[in-house]
Design a protein around this ligand. Structure first.
Ligand SMILES: Cc1cc2nc3c(=O)[nH]c(=O)nc-3n(C[C@H](O)[C@H](O)[C@H](O)COP(=O)(O)OP(=O)(O)OC[C@H]3O[C@@H](n4cnc5c(N)ncnc54)[C@H](O)[C@@H]3O)c2cc1C
Length: 494
């Protein structure tokens, strides 16, 4: 296999109009075409390339990285969209599937704070620290806390008892709305799940964090994605931005390739990093799926979306260290659905100090809330602008309570809504974390419906977020490599 790197670049700065064919130089045939360059798609591409497969990545946006992205604004501001935190195992994932240089920059957050009418506390978000807080602060018996952890540790994807997270909490900490808030609020921000979702999805994700806290990426998302890009190129992956994949071509129950930008590109395997539903229903078409599978897939629920407010402080200004991640709320008690309310009282602030991007002296703050597509989708332009202004105002007011005087330092503010996320990623309803739990089964079973068709994108709550998406990409890539090997063997014996 040639390891010659190739990068078919639509445009370097994302602004210049496209004057040439973004598919120029692309071959007629690949072992695998990856649709989308989110962390799932890129990780799948890298693992396959390391197995010696010829891989092409097609991304409709000008940036690679999908939701793991950043943007720049006048005044020297750089904003990270989804770099708030992930579990420690991201280091192992980067070491195994990317490079030591990338893994070395996965670093633990120093401080996580909760601020709400029920409790004010600071934590490292580790099992040890959480146990201390639950025992000393919330008065829970140590044995009870240990039994809770022990039960979570035994959970795995194949042993779903059907219990919801609300039922799990009620069994272990009956009537303790404050404890439920401590345990649930961060996970809702991390993957959009609610108390009504299966306990198993909570258990897997919470246990991942409890291993050793919340981690981030030093250098910012821009450094990470550029480093991933050069790793991919080194391994021979071809990358094209600004290329919309219009169709995954299927004939006689088998993937043949993709149609993109008016061209057909043949491939034995197509890995879609697009939404599961878009993949099956729009790019492939339900006529290629068994009716029962298609009906089940149609019933799969999408996960919710988000709003964000990006706040950039003026060059030369600074704020003292507050915390890295602040779960803030003025709501008297915890209510899971209220975390996604349009005019909700709960938001997470991520603070980016100069340490985020060593060498830079800049401070930015990103506020995130969970959100429902339905609240934002139907607004006319005037209502939409008004709601964005309101969100901006409420957010700055909430921030001022934690960082007095910060308003005077703010140089740039910008609001993203579910409509923004839908626009940039093409995810239906601007979903931030793919589908609810039931989607995972359909994602995994796609190759049984269409030979050579794989999905590697946020799905089923547990395969979402930076860690879940990257790991899922690697899992799928290993299956694909085995599939390609079997194909080659059957061809050679024919
Ligand atoms: C506001 C917000 C905050 C978040 N914060 C965190 C966090 O702190 N920690 C964390 O772990 N996770 C976080 N997440 C979630 C995390 O970012 C995602 O789960 C993860 O990055 C998704 O990766 P993915 O592989 O599913 O692909 P995605 O990032 O969803 O990317 C899919 C890609 O496919 C492309 N695409 C789609 N259709 C086509 C097509 N037809 N042709 C070509 N290209 C196509 C899209 O343009 C996109 O680039 C956050 C998400 C949001 C929205």
């Amino acid at each position: 296999m040639s390891t010659q790197a190739k990068y078919h670049k639509g445009s370097s700065d994302g602004k210049a109009p496209l004057t040439r064919d973004p598919l120029a130089g692309v071959r007629a045939h690949y072992d695998a075409v990856v649709v989308g360059s989110g962390l799932g798609g890129l990780t799948a591409a890298n693992v396959l390339a390391r197995c010696g497969r010829k891989v092409l990545v097609l991304e409709q946006h000008y940036n690679f990285g999908g939701l793991a992205t950043w943007f720049k604004r006048r005044g020297g501001h750089v904003f990270d969209v989804s770099l708030h935190g992930f579990p420690a195992s991201m280091k192992k994932t980067c070491q195994r599937h990317w490079s030591p240089a990338i893994a070395a920059r996965v670093e633990r957050l120093e401080s996580i704070r909760f601020s709400n009418p029920q409790f004010e506390l600071e934590t490292l978000f580790t099992r040890e620290d959480f146990t201390r807080i639950l025992v000393e602060r919330f008065g829970i018996e140590r044995g009870g806390v240990e039994r809770f952890y022990a039960e979570l540790a035994q959970m795995d994807f194949f042993s779903d008892s059907g219990e919801t997270t609300a039922q799990l909490f009620e069994r272990h900490f009956p009537g303790r709305n404050d404890v439920h808030r401590l345990l649930m609020e961060p996970i809702t921000y991390a993957n959009g799940s609610t108390l009504d979702d299966p306990a198993i999805s909570y258990g897997i994700v919470f246990s991942n964090f409890m291993n050793s806290g919340v981690y981030t990426f030093r250098g910012g998302t821009d450094w990470l994605v550029k480093e991933m890009q050069s790793e991919l190129e080194k391994n021979g992956v071809e990358l094209c931005n600004r290329v919309q994949v219009e169709r995954i071509v299927v004939e006689q129950g088998r993937v043949r390739g993709v149609e993109a930008h008016g061209r057909f590109i043949a491939a034995e395997v197509v890995i879609s990093n697009a939404s599961l539903k878009t993949t099956a229903e729009a790019l492939v078409g339900t006529q290629h799926l068994e009716p029962e599978f298609a009906r089940g897939l149609a019933a799969v629920r999408l996960n919710n979306s988000s709003t964000q407010v990006y706040i950039g402080l003026r060059a030369g200004s600074s704020i003292p260290f507050v915390t890295d991640l602040l779960f803030s709320s003025t709501r008297e008690t915890f209510d899971s659905p209220a975390l996604s309310e349009m005019h909700g009282q709960s938001r997470t602030f991520s603070f980016y100090y100069p340490k985020t991007r060593p060498g830079s002296q800049r401070y930015t703050i990103v506020s995130s809330m969970n959100a429902h597509w339905a609240d934002w989708a139907g607004l006319d332009e005037a209502q939409y602008a008004r709601e964005k202004r309101r969100l901006q105002h409420d957010t700055l007011e909430a921030l001022e309570r934690h960082v007095p005087g910060v308003g005077a330092l703010v140089d740039h503010v910008e609001v993203a809504t579910p409509r923004t996320f839908a626009f940039y990623t093409q995810h239906p309803q601007g979903t931030s974390f793919g589908t609810k739990f039931e989607g995972l089964r359909y994602s995994l079973e796609l190759p049984k419906q269409v030979a050579g068709l794989y999905h590697a994108g946020s799905v089923g709550i547990i395969m979402s977020g930076w860690l879940g998406s990257a790991n899922y990409g690697a899992i799928q890539a290993n299956k694909i490599d085995a599939h390609l090997l079997a194909l080659r063997e059957s061809e050679s014996t024919r």
